[in-house]
Design a protein around this ligand. Structure first.
Ligand code: SF4
Length: 331
């Protein structure tokens, strides 16, 4: 059990988008925390609110149309939602950095990678050109770019997709952030390179005690690299557990559906998919948002959203009526 308070603690966060005729709640009363030096994964299908949660942490939501309707985002015990924009700018890049899934579009094609990493260094600390170049070479080495002395003067188009993502990681860790948010960091890369990038993030966490918020739709990646996991559906966290607990005892029917759709070693096994589609956030069904797709739904599910329950050991939380008193475990 962690002895230090969480590095990041989100309480009751609701992020909405207001247009002339609709209000879309993309994140609905989310509670989550990231401990010091751990990898927390948020997993869920496209449109479930995981990226909006990440962008909310860094306050990168355009306002309007976006708005924080409720909640707190406490980082090192300071509420990021109450900081001035000037203070928030100091947090971005210094304390919290983010890498995105598309390294190809995140790097500027007209500057060398050395210029771009060097800029991240000089933006946040006073360093001479020579010092920034020395630190840039160290960072390229740290993210395992071969021949850093040559690569430092190359342009993004001269690098492979995997190397570009390593450069993005070098930029993100240039100021030794306490928290790195990685939003689908390997989606655009092939499988072998995916593993290398995630192993790199994992070793950076070990070496520097950095915490990582890993956003992914891939439970296989969660199993391999995360310490804890939050499963998200229609803007809510529906299950939270350590990775071991989630894979040994998935409780929420949605999580079970995601696990059943993972390829198994036995190629004879047929993959199951979850029927139906994620509802549009402007038109959520009443009650539990998952009920139109849930094989285990009971009448109550159509009427009231479920509460979140915690297991006796306090290691596993689930929001599902089946675990209310009197409900039955459908296993
Ligand atoms: Fe299924 Fe009901 Fe649980 Fe929602 S609350 S996941 S509909 S059983």
């Amino acid at each position: 059990m962690p002895t230090r308070p969480p590095l990041l603690n989100i309480e009751n966060l609701t992020t909405s988008f207001y247009t002339n005729d609709t209000v879309v709640q993309a994140v609905r009363g989310v509670n989550l925390h990231v401990n010091q030096a751990e990898i927390l994964a948020i997993v869920g299908e496209s449109g479930c609110g995981k990226s909006v949660t990440a962008l909310s942490i860094l306050r990168l939501i355009s306002m309007p149309p976006g708005r924080f309707d409720s909640g707190q985002i406490k980082f090192n015990n300071h509420d990021l939602l109450s900081l001035s924009e000037a203070d928030m700018q100091k947090v971005r890049g210094n304390d919290i950095s983010m890498i995105f899934q598309e390294p190809m579009t995140s790097l500027n094609p007209i500057f060398t990678i050395g210029d771009q990493i060097g800029e991240a260094i000089t933006q946040h600390q006073s360093a001479t050109g020579a010092e920034a170049r020395k630190q840039t070479l160290e960072l390229l080495h740290k993210v395992s770019i071969p021949s850093p002395e040559i690569r430092i003067d190359q342009y993004p188009h001269e690098l492979s997709g995997g190397m570009k993502q390593r450069v993005m990681i070098a930029i993100a860790i240039a100021c030794r952030p306490a928290l790195l948010i990685a939003d689908e960091p390997t989606t655009a890369l092939d499988v072998t390179i995916q593993d290398q990038i995630l192993s790199l993030l994992s070793s950076l966490k070990e070496d520097s005690e950095m915490s990582i918020l890993l956003i992914t739709h891939n439970l296989g990646i969660v199993a391999q690299f995360a310490d804890r996991v939050n499963v998200m559906y229609s803007g809510k966290i529906v299950e939270e557990a350590t990775v071991d607990s989630l894979f040994e005892n998935p409780m929420h029917p949605y999580t079970r559906g995601l696990l059943n759709s993972l390829p198994k070693d036995d190629s004879e096994l047929k993959l199951e998919s979850i029927s139906g589609a994620v509802p549009h956030p402007a038109f959520l069904p009443k009650g539990c948002a998952f009920h139109p797709r849930c094989k285990d739904a009971i009448p109550r599910c159509q009427q009231q959203p479920p509460l979140t329950n915690t297991t006796k050991e306090n290691t596993h939380k689930v929001a599902c009526w089946l675990y209310e008193e009197g409900g039955e475990d459908p296993q």
